[in-house]
Design a protein around this ligand. Structure first.
Ligand SMILES: C[S@@+](CC[C@H](N)C(=O)[O-])C[C@H]1O[C@@H](n2cnc3c(N)ncnc32)[C@H](O)[C@@H]1O
Length: 277
């Protein structure tokens, strides 16, 4: 394990924060040390000073930062996570947006799953969409699943999951939308086809400006790793990315009240969601 002084830890967390918006305080020193140790072993480097120099000054394409990002992100996820919130989406928000679109003669629906990890959330939304709106196949419907972690995006594309990922999937959904294959589950092709993947850093201003025209944004259990400043930047981009009448869903214990007042807060059953008026 490399020796990482407090100053070196601070420099490392500053570089990560600038690039990814993720905030690591000193309690995370051991966590970051183990991740840096992996990178240093791969690069045959013995000195943390050398690694920090490379990361700060000799990584013009951001390849080393990307390799580090793949190691420092927390990817915990599973299908139908925070089920009650999904019920608010399925029973209230989705029907409301769909009927407004139908009234306007629109046949396009776009959902952004930001910080999708290995894809369980995006495929959950695809299942709910097909269930609530069987006409989805004849509309132009798209769920854009984005993440910074390249290893996770490969898993989204594979659409193959272990038991832990599918444990919470209601039985009737499991039969309809998944195929059992040994001790794994594959997402059926019709459902998988609704999901597109995109490598995207939520802290990348230019990339975020290109994201427009969404009816729903799910960014659950992602912004908890950001601080107020980087969280505000992301949320401001989300506001611009949403169509009027569009909704943003955060994790159930997350709030953006401290960083913006742009959204209106709505309560459905027991759940709070943010809407762009
Ligand atoms: C805990 S997972 C959440 C997965 C899913 N949204 C859920 O609630 O189950 C957090 C994800 O956010 C991603 N992430 C963290 N920082 C990011 C950034 N700056 N840009 C894009 N994705 C990021 C991580 O790679 C990770 O896959």
């Amino acid at each position: 394990m490399p020796d990482l002084s407090v100053e070196q830890f601070q420099r490392l967390s500053q570089l990560i924060y600038q690039k990814l918006g993720l905030s690591f305080d000193e309690k995370k020193i051991y966590f970051l040390k183990t991740r840096v140790a992996k990178r240093m072993a791969t690069l045959s480097m013995a000195d943390a000073k050398e690694y920090l120099f490379m990361l700060g000054y000799a990584d013009p394409l951001g390849l080393e930062m990307q390799a580090l990002a793949n190691l420092v992100t927390t990817n915990e996820t599973y299908m139908f996570r925070e089920y009650e919130q999904l019920q608010a989406f399925a029973n209230h928000c989705l029907p409301e947006v769909l009927s407004a679109k139908q009234a306007r003669g629109e046949r396009k629906l776009r959902i952004w799953c930001a910080g999708c990890s290995s894809g369980e959330e995006a495929y959950t939304l695809a299942m709910i969409l097909q269930e609530v709106f069987p006409q989805a196949q004849s509309w132009d419907c798209e769920i854009v699943a984005t993440d910074i972690d390249e290893n996770m995006l490969r898993k989204v594309i594979a659409a193959r999951y272990g038991c832990r990922s599918v444990n919470e999937v209601p039985e009737e959904y499991r039969e309809k939308y998944l195929i059992e294959d040994g001790d794994e589950w594959l997402v059926r092709r019709r459902t998988a086809a609704l999901v597109q993947t995109l490598h995207l850093n939520l802290n990348d201003r230019m990339a975020m400006r290109a994201m427009r025209g969404f009816d729903f944004i799910f960014c659950r259990n992602v912004l908890i790793y950001f601080d107020d400043l980087s969280r505000k930047a992301v949320v401001d981009h989300f506001y611009n990315a949403l169509n009027p009448g569009g909704y943003i869903f955060l994790g159930h214990s997350e709030s953006i009240g401290r960083v913006t007042t742009a959204f209106k807060l709505k309560r459905f059953e027991n759940h709070l969601v943010y809407v762009k008026e």
